[in-house]
Design a protein around this ligand. Structure first.
Ligand SMILES: Nc1ncnc2c1ncn2[C@@H]1O[C@H](COP(=O)(O)OP(=O)(O)O)[C@@H](O)[C@H]1O
Ligand SMILES: [Mg+2]
Length: 397
């Protein structure tokens, strides 16, 4: 099929939205490179849907601008924007069959020859033969494909996906993630994918923006965010992190020296977001190893001693909880390499890591890690509606 080259980045400049006295999106600055698969990742209620709706023209910003290439589209009517949205609830037209759902945008624009394009699109989402089905006759995954085809047939320069896989069960979700990646390569254009599922964001997107309480805390490739998070929020929302509270009390060559729980640690300054004051020393659970005695700790590694309090078996790995003498709880993931024996709960251990795997963050003791956990009524309503629809279908069969 003919793919139009994406021209120009999508830029949000100081974009804000207030509902009454509540600021939901707070002076957001964001550049989505043309042709990228971009994920906006954040907990429920942090302003993701509101941001997408402003880009689509469905919600009017309180302040700021939206640019697509050189064009300012902030005040443009929704249907004039080269943007299409796939909603979590799919929002298919229930009275139209699959073919007419997909043809809808083309017909409205008065495109003369729709059949060829609709068929091509349906075959791209692997729904050939379903043209005359109604949405209610389709499974959740099939409805999701129709919603995708209906948006993609318009060849939007920007495709907005608002938790499009949220209503699917886990296995189907993982399969559709693969499908989305394939579609993105086949049709081109810019995809902006909104999700609260960090695994989904990491596996799909080439760029991820982590959003918290209406602001972007960090933007980068999945590997950049994972390997060197900028804030405690990112460190714990994207994967897990052990965060040790300490104080910077010196420097040695290229390392910062940190005192925490009566012990001294070092972190390369290149892996530090701060160089003085109260800090959080972070280390990912899979970077921590457990041994029985100090002699077994490899040279150059640093450690805390403690006791295994819990052992979780996950097949590919084992997760240990270790309560250290200092009273801090550590998580340790040990890959099931078939070599090392399981360590039973109650064992005294030393948890060690290499300083190059540590990172250092600013510690704001007043900062609550998850301050946007209010319930998302929209998503709950959509999930409830999907569950009700599924129950109705199950009842009919
Ligand atoms: N139309 C609205 N009126 C008032 N508050 C709203 C409206 N839409 C969203 N909100 C609130 O704005 C916040 C962000 O919502 P939303 O953008 O849907 O978050 P997310 O998609 O990240 O879960 C929530 O607290 C939500 O209740
Ligand atoms: Mg939402």
């Amino acid at each position: 099929m003919v793919v139009e080259e994406p021209s120009g980045a999508l830029r949000l400049v100081g974009l804000s939205k207030r509902f009454g006295a509540v600021t939901v999106v707070d002076r957001l600055d964001l550049t989505v490179p043309a042709g990228s698969f971009f994920a906006l990742l954040g907990p429920s209620g942090c302003g993701k849907t509101t941001t997408l709706r402003m880009v689509a023209g469905l919600t009017e910003p309180t302040g700021g601008r939206i640019l697509l290439g050189d064009e300012d589209i902030t005040r443009l009517r929704p249907y004039r924007r080269p943007v299409n949205t796939v909603f979590q609830s799919y929002a298919l037209f229930p009275h139209l069959d699959v073919f007419e759902n997909v043809a809808f945008g083309l017909r409205r624009r008065g495109v003369p020859e729709v059949a060829g394009q609709v068929r091509r699109m349906l075959s791209l989402v692997q729904l050939d033969g379903y043209e005359r089905h109604r949405p209610e006759q389709l499974s959740g995954g099939q409805q999701q494909r129709v919603a995708l085809a209906r948006a993609l047939v318009n060849r939007p320069r920007v495709l907005l996906l608002d938790e499009p896989l949220g209503a699917l069960d886990l296995a189907l979700r993982r399969r559709m993630q693969g499908e989305l990646r394939r579609l993105r390569t086949e049709v081109g254009g810019t995809f902006v994918h909104v999700t609260h599922d960090q695994e989904e964001a990491m596996t799909l997107a080439d760029t991820v923006a982590v959003m918290n309480a209406g602001r972007v805390e960090q933007l980068g490739t999945p590997a950049e965010l994972y390997e060197f998070p900028a804030t405690a929020f990112v460190a714990t929302f994207l994967g897990r992190s052990n965060l040790l509270a300490g104080t910077v009390n010196g420097r040695s060559g290229d390392d910062l020296l940190v005192e925490a729980y009566g012990r001294r640690f070092s972190v390369p300054s290149a892996r530090s977001r701060v160089d003085s004051g109260a800090v959080l020393l972070g280390v990912r659970p899979e970077k921590v190893r457990l041994v029985g005695t100090a002699e077994q700790v490899p040279a150059g590694h640093q450690w805390l001693d403690g006791t295994v309090t819990d052992v979780g078996y996950f097949g590919v790995s084992t997760e240990y909880s270790v309560r250290t003498g200092a009273g801090v709880e550590l998580s340790v993931f040990a890959a099931a390499d078939g070599e090392s024996a399981r360590i039973p709960a109650g064992s005294p251990v030393l948890a060690h890591w290499h300083p190059r795997h540590a990172f250092l963050l600013h510690h704001d003791p007043h900062h609550c890690l998850h301050h946007c956990l209010h319930h998302d009524l929209h998503d709950d309503a959509a999930a409830a509606a999907a569950a009700a629809a599924a129950a109705v279908r199950a009842g009919r069969e």
